[in-house]
Ligand binder design. Structure first.
Ligand SMILES: NC(=O)c1ccc[n+]([C@@H]2O[C@H](COP(=O)([O-])OP(=O)(O)OC[C@H]3O[C@@H](n4cnc5c(N)ncnc54)[C@H](OP(=O)(O)O)[C@@H]3O)[C@@H](O)[C@H]2O)c1
Length: 242
């Protein structure tokens, strides 16, 4: 049985990734941070449709000690793939940020995904093929004012995936980044209708992305036939910025 863990399964993009992967035959760990109910409802929805596959909610706050990360990974059944679709952002000038908020953002978006990759590596290596996908961002390629730390974490994921992919390529483990542009999810709920419209006018395709514009590419990267593509960042932006 193919099994993947989707970190951030309760997010706007994460949920669509889970639906797409379930449709492709994957059993899934549905990781959540605070939204236990959302993870449970998603598990029920998927099980109703794909009763021969497993859908298991698992909780982890990425702002925890290393020992808890190790324990979390030890308790998992073997997985063939990990998708990192969790993430946070914070808008504002760097000069106004609290140091603790900077640390938190870097931990959740970059440091803990790297540590979990290291911890998952032994079990991923045991599979005949395995996959890691990180959700990056167009801002990892073109830095965004008022999101400088966020941009740094996403640029960091891009470079990490490129380097790490070269370390593990001979083990049939690929590592890639899917980097969305503007996607209609909770992450952008703070924006007014007017700001959303202004962004839309800048996007050549003429609309914001929805979750399954992004999940399609994750599903494709997890396919066994995608084994020759590794270390890449694929920008899924409707032609915006990059
Ligand atoms: N939306 C966009 O326009 C956009 C554009 C480019 C890139 N991205 C990237 O795509 C990914 C998904 O974004 P999204 O729009 O789907 O975000 P979202 O709807 O806000 O979902 C965020 C996810 O991150 C999880 N999370 C939050 N704090 C966490 C913590 N402390 N520890 C572990 N997990 C935590 C949340 O879990 P709970 O809900 O359970 O708390 C949720 O599953 C992110 O990496 C984001 O940076 C998004």
């Amino acid at each position: 049985m193919k099994r993947a863990i989707v970190f951030g399964a309760t997010g706007g993009i994460g949920q669509e990734i889970c639906r797409d992967l379930a449709d492709a035959g994957w059993s899934l760990y549905l990781h959540y941070h605070s939204n236990a109910q959302g993870a449970q409802e998603l598990a029920q929805e998927l099980f109703a449709k794909y009763s021969k596959q497993d859908f298991m909610p698992v909780q982890l706050d990425f702002a925890v000690r290393d020992t808890e990360l190790t324990r979390f990974v030890k308790n998992l059944l073997p997985v063939n793939a990990a998708v990192f679709a969790q993430g946070i952002t914070k808008y504002g000038f760097l000069g106004d940020e609290d140091l603790s908020d900077i640390t938190k953002l870097i931990n959740i978006n970059l440091t803990v995904p790297i540590k979990l990759t290291k911890l998952l590596e032994p079990q991923l290596m045991k599979q005949n093929f395995s996959r890691i996908v990180y959700l990056g961002s167009v801002y990892g390629g073109a830095g965004s004012a008022l999101e400088s730390v966020y941009s740094a974490t996403k640029g960091g994921l891009t470079r990490f995936a490129q380097a790490y992919a070269r370390e593990v390529a001979s083990n049939n483990l690929t590592a890639n980044v899917i980097a969305p542009g503007a996607v209609k999810t909770q992450m952008n709920a703070i924006f007014s209708e007017e700001t959303m419209q202004e962004v839309q006018e800048e996007i050549p395709i003429g609309r914001w992305a929805v979750g399954n514009d992004i999940s399609y590419w994750v599903r494709t990267l997890l396919d066994q036939r995608s084994g020759y593509l590794t270390g890449q960042t694929i920008y899924v932006t409707g032609g915006w910025l990059l």
